[in-house]
Design a binder for this molecule. Structure first.
Ligand SMILES: Nc1nc2c(ncn2[C@@H]2O[C@H](COP(=O)(O)OP(=O)(O)OP(=O)(O)O)[C@@H](O)[C@H]2O)c(=O)[nH]1
Ligand SMILES: [Mg+2]
Length: 364
């Protein structure tokens, strides 16, 4: 409630003034109704209205070009307001963004449910966003099925958004990045972005969060060995789940394995040694300690400016990812390119034409 005054009309007036001045004028007069819709959504978000949040997220997930413009103007208003709030808080971000990844069955849903209930019980407001790297190819959504977080689903201090199926950027949904901002304006101070595995692409969930948590089951196996190396380099905190009952011994063993694997990994954040913690999402044991570790990370990274630097870096990464996506899409749409492409690609596949030469011809 502390920054409620920011939600008053002054910002909206400033925004209107801005838009009336200069080149937005034409669009403003011709699109009054749609601009009204954006302002309504913005005010709804400020008032922490869940329906406005859901509608805003649907808007930023759209692929319709006209609606995309509306989404962009909403997002500009949101980003401006969040920036103001951050300045009011002496640069401290309005939310804590947590990435959570782990193999299928590691217990991610159970973990989010248990940790989430602890968080909302202590006054936090939690948003859970799911990124499903498989949904772009299968069309289905594995994650975010609300049924597996039954208590959180009915918790008024929690908001769960399943994975969208459109607009994947190398395995990560680009709109998720924007959805985070919408949730922040709607007053969610902890944002968990959940995904299965870790993307092979350069862009991953780790590129949109403050801290990247890896959740592992207490089991070894060869696939996990392979999985481990790449992921461990991305992780800021490693959590071994299911450390309960018969599984405690196995969990201890895996914990020791990760600790020794980490000795050879350069930490992602200077001055931060990723801890390896054991928890039981089923009983809740270890979750309070984990939260303390996460808050410690956040405090340390905020104090020495690394968190702000990480967010700045991430914005640049996303700018270039979106440019690349848009440029490639425009290239593919080009009439000459699409006429030439199938034949040239065939020639390249058969080895009749070097890839470089084909690319040059298409780009010409
Ligand atoms: N013993 C024990 N079992 C757990 C714990 N956490 C989760 N499980 C069980 O592990 C299984 C998988 O849990 P989920 O939370 O669905 O795992 P997930 O990572 O979300 O799985 P996907 O969504 O399929 O990727 C379920 O049968 C859970 O009951 C735990 O702390 N201890
Ligand atoms: Mg799950």
């Amino acid at each position: 409630m502390h920054s409620m005054h920011l939600y008053s009309g002054s910002l909206l007036r400033a925004y209107r003034f801005h838009k009336y001045a200069g080149k937005y004028l034409c669009r403003q007069t011709s699109n009054k109704a749609t601009d009204l819709m954006v302002e309504e959504l913005f005010e709804g978000l400020c008032a922490r209205n869940r329906t406005s949040l859901a509608r805003s997220i649907t808007l930023v997930e759209t692929s319709n070009p006209d609606k995309k413009k509306l989404a962009q103007s909403l997002l500009s208003m949101v980003a401006n307001n969040l920036k103001q709030q951050e300045e009011e808080r002496n640069g401290a971000p309005v939310s804590f963004r947590i990435g959570l990844s782990g193999p299928p069955g590691a217990g991610k849903s159970t973990f989010i449910e248990s940790l989430g209930k602890q968080l909302t019980a202590t006054g936090h407001r939690l948003a859970v966003l799911a990124v499903d790297p498989s949904s772009s190819t299968t069309g289905g959504s594995l994650l975010g099925d609300k049924t597996r977080m039954p208590r959180l689903t009915v918790d008024p201090a929690a908001y769960i958004r399943p994975s969208p199926t459109r607009g994947h950027l190398g395995g990560v949904t680009r709109s998720t990045n924007e959805t985070i901002l919408l949730c922040e304006l709607a007053g969610y101070d902890v944002i968990i972005v959940e995904t299965v595995g870790v993307g092979q692409s350069e862009i991953s969930v780790a590129d949109m969060v403050d801290v990247f948590v890896l959740l592992m089951p207490p089991a070894g196996g060869d696939e996990l060995q392979g999985l481990k190396r790449g992921i461990v380099e991305l992780a800021d905190v490693i959590v071994i789940n299911k450390s309960d009952g018969d599984l405690v011994a196995a969990a201890r063993r895996i914990q020791a394995e990760y600790l020794s694997a980490l000795k050879f990994v350069r930490p992602r954040q200077a001055g931060w040694k990723p801890p390896v913690l054991r928890v039981s999402s089923r009983s809740g044991e270890g979750l309070a300690e984990l939260w303390t570790a996460l808050e410690g990370y956040r405090r340390q990274m905020t104090a020495d400016g690394q968190l702000a630097a990480r967010r700045r870096r991430q914005r640049a990464v996303w700018l270039w990812a979106q440019i690349q996506e848009a440029v490639v899409a425009a290239f593919r749409r080009d009439a000459v390119v699409s006429a030439l492409l199938p034949r040239l690609e065939k020639d390249v596949r058969r080895g009749r034409l070097p890839p470089g030469a084909a690319a040059d011809r298409l780009l010409d």
